[in-house]
Design a protein around this ligand. Sequence first.
Ligand SMILES: O=C(O)Cc1cc(O)ccc1O
Ligand SMILES: [Fe+2]
Length: 436
Amino acid sequence: MDDLKYMSGFGSEFKSEDPRCPQSLPKGQNSPQKCPYGLYAEQLSGTAFTAPRLENRRSWFYRIRPSIGHDPFKPFSNSNVRCNWDQQEPDPNQMRWMPFDLPKSNEKRDFVEGLNTICGSGEIKGKNGLAIHVYVCNVSMNNRAFYNADGDFLIVPQKGTLKVTTEFGKLQVRPNEIVVIQQGMRFSIDIDEPSRGYILEVFGRHFCLPDLGPIGANGLANARDFLTPVAWYEDRDVQYEIIGKYQGKLFVCNQDHSPFDVVAWFGNYVPYKYDLANFMVINSVTFDHCDPSIFTLLTCQSEMKGTAIADFVIFPPRWSVQEHTFRPPYYHRNCMSEFMGLIFGNYEAKAEGFQPGGATLHSTMTPHGPDAQCFEMAFNEELKPKRVAEGTMAFMFETCMELAVTEWGAKTCQKLDLEYYKCWKNIKKHFTGPAH
Ligand SMILES: O=C(O)Cc1cc(O)ccc1O
Ligand SMILES: [Fe+2]
């Protein structure tokens, strides 16, 4: 745990005042004629005004200046953020990327300049779809803030702690934690070392906790473990760049003050972080391999019942106890697409080749499963209770959509491993032949 203050809960109605300005939240109304301390009121809407009450998300800021005080937006050209997946040639092959390169030390890149889109699908303008990015950076954003008009970012740091300043306050997010910064929220990221991580972006919808069905009222990710920052502001009149991602492209504008001037806020539309170590794992204690949906931490649902635009699934250290069972992931072909990343350790289905900071993509109906070596081990192992995934955290972004890999993912990054298919080449025939 870092030493910042947080409030806990998921989807709750929070309120927070910077302790330097007590009573800065208006009493009993949202928009008084004069707000306390001469602040301006500003609403940030995360759902349609008329969304059903249970899904309705909005927050109110009480800030030194309203966000509107900025110069016009201009294109921000230095970027590998893309949404042109409809122009990419389809490629159904199993893909594996070696760890994505950190920026070279003579080249300075902050979180925004270090964003690279690997793959995506769907419609940004129609608010239905997702994108997967990797960030690699070696400098802080300093007097620069970012917001995403297209959707929510679920950020998975793999190397380096992110010190995130948001309009709601500050969060620190280290590898093995995740942070969700939702559509429109402004933030700036400072780092202490060259840093890398993965981002799952969903357009126009939000993540929620999965239903638990017969599991009951508790388990998997519990609401109490999601942490939201407390109000913090700065009153700094300096040149600030605001970079927005809008319709898949980056734009920049200038303003003469820090956007982190929110003295108090309340609402249920907030950024939050979660420590993956808090995940309560459910699994079979008799036989067979459960589907990996048991490991779903957050989900963003499509219109189709039970079908996700994106699930965020983790594979934490746990006990494996199933009897007379082939314990690693089964061989399969899936109507969903599976993008996986590794924060640290080794993923059980592929002990070699899939490295922290790298990735794999197993596309719609493309066969995959344990490599030859993993199969032989699991086929012959003595089935005692044993710890698996010790010192490991792998995760999956799973989507019902078909993903297209960008030019950056397929070529520019130069990390695609063309030998990947060979890990399944030596799968032996074990067939004993027909009975005589
Ligand atoms: O492909 C993978 O490695 C992910 C996965 C894990 C698992 O335990 C079962 C199915 C599955 O797709
Ligand atoms: Fe799979």
